[in-house]
Design a protein around this ligand. Structure first.
Ligand code: GLC
Ligand code: CA
Length: 559
């Protein structure tokens, strides 16, 4: 692998620091906790960690509201702890990616505080303010979290724009001084030896500001903001500059949270793109309508899921490099999303793992996914912490959904499903903390935890480890990393199968995505079993009979 693209054969482990490991008994995960668990991460076989934000923050949106970019929030530890984490991880061959949140800051950031007090200060130019004569908001955009996107500053007709919560004012990227401040900050962190960044909400930095009242798309009289701030023309100028001034000189790995339309994709992830890779939302958000409203969930079939994955793989491989994932801190748990409740078990969980880990692109495993952690059901809305969950619940009520139904929808899709404490053992609070935890621990930790899975050969954890090992360090690595993705269609639309091909090396991966048996025709020569969740059986007349939720990867070399 050429050095320039070191991240191509990486496997990334995503950590939500607040819920990973508490080291000082305050019920909140922290950096020293992560340091204590580095051996576990190393053993999983990954070589990159993505840390969700640990900067100073009032934690209105889980740290995606930063009040000081240069310091670690005391909740997570000290600046020295961060340096220690970077060094200790590095010594184990693991690079750290931090989260880069530069579409907005916290309203408690000193820039914003200054801009509020003093409309003529240079910091007022760092944000997007608008004064109106009649005291009405400049327009009727709805933020991503459900309420109005403009908030009035008390005692004035001056408003500020926020695409997310009102405690997350958007930055004004048109302002050159602001951009310089951002580049300085990014380089400050990269110079410490970071591997790079995961870049938050970056497609929103260019705004097409228009004022007035637009045709509402909901009963709240508001209109979805995305049409004016997502991937707007001119964004490429900012992204190119950002890359040239920061990431490129450091040969950083960058993964952008960016849903990029096909025609722009090459600029983002091509040979000379703005980023190393972008996340693809097309199958993780398969159950959510385009406007992001959970209260109108979309049903989907295995066939649709397969088609989305295939389409995305083919599109990305024509343009550059991609990031693949099933879970993150904004999603519910994948096993609950993709598998019918009555079918959730070792077989279906490992089948999902295989389906995802053999794809082309850099895989991101979210903490607890490697254990097959599941959604939580808390008793009442008050117990949920996530701001988006609350916003969407309120909106659901506004559109006339009953409180009971709205709550059920929240239980299913809340981002807190993936934010509950990591399940390490059967000990107190699942071994996460010996104090009352900031968010409820899932009661199923006696059944699902790392310690037990470590000792059980047939566990989701062991399966993930095998997948990572095979991908990063085996005779199959090159075909898994660099091989072309080729769909393998079967008559049975509940089987998801695909090939990876590199020269004479061919891998065929098969997933029987159903609670029934299935059959698939296996071409000659695929006799070598790479991995599966069952033993390889006889393949009569080229027809292979699959058990429910069986997965199997086979290999051949053609001459
Ligand atoms: C991204 C983050 C999400 C956060 C939002 C606003 O989507 O992943 O957690 O709420 O940006 O920063
Ligand atoms: Ca702590």
């Amino acid at each position: 692998m050429e050095k320039a693209k070191w991240w191509k054969n990486a496997v990334v482990y995503q950590i939500y620091p607040k819920s990973f490991q508490d080291s000082n008994g305050d019920g909140i995960g922290d950096l020293q906790g992560i340091i204590q668990r580095l051996d576990y991460i190393k053993k999983l076989g990954v070589n990159v960690i993505w840390l969700c934000p640990v900067y100073c923050s009032p934690m209105d949106d889980g740290g995606y509201d930063i009040s000081d970019y240069y310091h670690i929030d005391p909740m997570f530890g000290t600046d020295a702890d961060m340096d220690e984490l970077i060094q200790k991880a590095d010594a184990k061959g693991i690079k750290i990616l931090m989260d880069l949140v530069i579409n907005h800051t916290s309203d408690e950031h000193e820039w914003f505080q200054d801009a509020l007090k003093n409309p003529d200060s240079k910091y007022a130019g760092y944000y997007i303010f608008k004064e109106t004569e009649d005291g009405n908001p400049p327009n009727n955009w709805r933020s991503y979290f459900g309420d109005a996107a403009w908030t009035r500053i008390d005692g004035s007709n001056r408003f500020y724009l926020h695409a997310f919560s009102k405690k997350q004012p958007d930055l004004n990227w048109e302002n050159e001084e602001l951009r310089e401040e951002i580049y300085r900050m990014v380089n400050y962190w990269l110079d410490k030896g970071l591997g790079g960044f995961r870049i938050d909400a970056i497609c929103n930095i260019k705004k097409r500001l228009e004022y007035g009242v637009f045709q509402p798309d909901g009963e709240d009289g508001l209109r979805y903001i995305g049409d004016w701030i997502l991937n707007q023309p001119g964004i490429e100028v900012f992204l190119k500059e950002l890359n040239e001034r920061t990431f490129r000189p450091h040969n950083s790995m960058t993964v952008a949270e960016a849903n990029v339309p096909e025609e722009l994709l090459e600029h983002f992830i091509g040979e000379d793109g703005f980023f190393s890779m972008v996340f693809d939302f097309s199958y993780t958000d398969i159950d959510v309508p385009d406007t992001g409203e959970w209260f109108h969930p979309k049903k989907f079939t295995v066939e649709e899921l397969r088609d989305n994955i295939f389409k995305s793989q083919k599109m990305v491989q024509g343009k550059g490099w991609g990031a693949v994932y099933l879970e993150n801190h904004d999603q519910n748990r994948s096993v609950n999303k993709y598998i019918p409740e009555e079918d959730i078990n070792y077989y279906s969980k490992t089948m999902l793992a295989s389906m995802f880990m053999f794809l082309r692109g850099t895989p991101f495993i979210y903490q607890g996914q490697e254990l097959g952690m599941e959604n939580i059901r808390m008793d009442s809305l008050e117990k949920y912490d996530d701001i988006a969950t609350k916003g969407h619940y309120e909106r659901a009520l506004k559109v006339g959904i009953s409180p009971e139904k709205a709550f059920e929808l929240v239980v299913k899709r809340s981002r807190d499903n993936s934010r509950t404490p990591m399940q390490w053992s059967t000990g107190e609070n699942a071994g996460f903390s010996n104090a009352k935890t900031w968010l409820e621990v899932n009661k199923n930790y006696k059944r699902i935890n790392a310690r037990d899975q470590e000792h059980c050969e047939k566990s989701v954890l062991r399966f993930y480890r095998d997948l990572v090992l095979i991908r990063r360090n085996s005779k199959y690595s090159s075909v898994i990393v660099e091989g072309e993705f080729v769909p393998y269609y079967t008559e049975d639309v509940s089987i998801i199968a695909y090939l990876r091909i590199l020269g004479e090396k061919e891998l065929l991966v098969i997933h029987n995505y159903q609670s029934k048996k299935g059959t698939i025709k296996i071409p000659d020569g695929f006799k070598e079993r790479v991995l599966g969740n069952r033993e390889l059986r006889n393949n009569a007349d080229g027809q292979y009979c699959l058990e429910p939720y069986e997965c199997i990867a086979l290999y051949r070399e053609v001459s």
